[in-house]
Design a protein around this ligand. Structure first.
Ligand code: PLP
Length: 465
């Protein structure tokens, strides 16, 4: 399987190379050259498979033998052995034909563990095979950093540096990152905001001369194809559990960078009978404005109670546009060039195609809090703020009552106690067992100035030989 860039000018890459690459050299994102598909019989055979067996079945065609089957199975088994629930992604019913897919059973309590546990093990495998060492660098406003650190903390051949804005992530989120004490993990609390962290990472990828000879930076954000690929699996898992392929399904996805929901779009391209995908946004609503009103323009960033969706521009949207525009790399390159001015307009054809599958809805903080308390009153099920946004968007834009609606629960409520308290719960939601002592654990992080030379010397001094 070859991987190609959305902007049509970068060389195509093999699977393993794509895993170790961030952006393509033309600024685009990598996608498989062709999408594997499953027949109705194939999908019927998935019902009842273990999550791990299903993950192998869904991902193997993308890897196409580059990682031998037995090794891929080992990587998958290892990646999901850290999840607390034997089902890995359990379904809970909250209403007639409405389900919650609990994607927070991994080590850091957010759905990002699905991709990053797998990616960490995949890095370890590929790097050992090639006898290569790399440096992982990423910026986080919370969930990505902890999931990446948990995924990479035992990798022999990489050092990981995660930048978070000093004093601007929640205590739970910070402690999840800073209490991992293996010697390849480095948390940098940057004196700045999340944008400063992201700019620092971008500038470092653009000029890597500060690294020791032979080292390169590797990306762990959702521009990394392997993350998207690993997320396709749970769409098949949940859909077959409620009757696919003999029955259509719908999904509602709280959306930030468009990575999670793009995996759902790909599941549909692979043959899964998805009737509707709901793009749920908070008040950072560029995707909702775009899909409902063809208004894809940057606006000021709002800080909401669902911080993992506080994103101005969704990077993975480009991957979907590429597909909807007939995979025309030149066209995408021009569109992204236009977008530098702050906005872009999609053709009516693209908007119409998107509208066949997607609906979108924007949920502000007050409504989100009402949803948490309403669902709790009726079912005693506690939603986290991101999941609540998905549930509300599903209820508001649902097309067919007879099709099961599966709402992605992207985080455990204990990760966001502030919102849960505001929603009227008297006590902080309890952390799961394995994290009960989180607030007693030793932390390690370094506060650094928002200055590129300072950061680069810190990194150079801490990369293991
Ligand atoms: C990252 C994240 C999201 C957004 O996912 P995208 O793939 O960026 O759209 C939603 N909810 C939670 C809890 C997250 O951590």
């Amino acid at each position: 399987m070859k991987y190609i860039s959305t902007r049509g000018q970068a060389p195509s890459l093999s699977f393993e190379d794509v895993v170790l690459t961030g952006l393509a050299s033309d600024g685009g994102l990598y996608l498989p050259e062709t999408m594997p598909t499953f027949s109705k019989e194939d999908i019927a055979s998935m019902a009842g498979m273990s999550y791990q067996d299903l993950a192998f079945k869904v991902m193997a065609p993308f890897i196409d033998g580059e990682v031998p089957d037995a090794d891929l199975k080992d990587i998958i088994d290892k990646s999901y052995s850290t999840f607390r629930h034997a089902a890995i992604a359990p379904l809970v019913q909250t209403d007639h034909n409405e389900f919650i897919l609990e994607l927070f059973q991994g080590p850091t309590l957010a759905f990002k563990d699905f991709a990053l546990q797998f990616l960490g093990n995949l890095f370890d495998y590929i790097l050992a095979k090639r006898d290569q060492k790399v440096v992982v660098m990423g910026a986080t406003s919370g969930d990505t950093g902890s999931a990446a650190i948990e995924g990479c903390c035992n990798c022999d051949n990489l050092d990981i540096f995660i930048l978070h804005p000093h004093n601007r992530v929640s205590d739970v989120q910070r402690r999840q990152m800073t209490s991992v004490l293996t010697d390849n993990v480095h948390n940098i609390a940057l004196e700045g905001n999340f944008d400063d962290c992201q700019n620092m990472v971008k500038a470092s990828f653009a000029d890597q001369s500060f690294l020791p000879d032979g080292r390169q930076l590797v990306a762990v954000n959702s521009i990394n194809w392997a993350r998207i690929m690993a997320q396709i699996v749970y769409y098949f898992y949940a859909a077959t559990a409620v009757g696919a392929p003999h029955r259509e399904v719908a999904f509602s996805v709280p959306t930030g960078n468009f990575g999670d929901i793009f995996a759902g779009y790909l599941a549909k391209q692979m043959g899964l009978p998805i009737d509707q995908l709901v793009v749920a946004t908070n008040s950072n609503d560029i995707l909702h404005r775009c899909l409902s009103n063809n208004d894809h323009s940057k606006q000021e960033l709002n800080h909401t109670l669902s911080p993992s969706m506080d994103i101005m521009v969704s990077s993975n949207f480009e991957r979907m546009l590429f597909d909807l525009c007939g995979r025309d790399g030149d066209l995408i390159r021009h569109m992204m060039e236009d977008f530098k001015s702050g906005s872009m307009t999609l053709s009516q054809d693209v908007i119409d195609k998107a509208a066949e599958l997607f609906t979108s809805y924007r949920v502000d903080d007050d409504t989100m809090l009402d949803v948490i308390s309403d669902v709790f009153d009726k079912t005693e099920y506690l939603l986290d703020p991101h999941t609540a946004i998905g549930v509300e968007a599903a209820r508001k834009t649902r097309r067919r009552q007879d099709i099961p609606m599966i709402c992605m629960a992207t985080a455990h409520p204990a990760k966001f106690p502030e919102a849960v308290k505001k929603a009227g719960q008297s006590e902080d939601p309890a952390l799961p067992h394995h994290m009960k002592d989180l607030f007693e654990r030793e932390e390690r992080f370094t506060v650094q100035k928002n200055d590129i030379n300072t950061i680069h010397s810190f990194m150079a001094a801490n990369i293991r030989t």
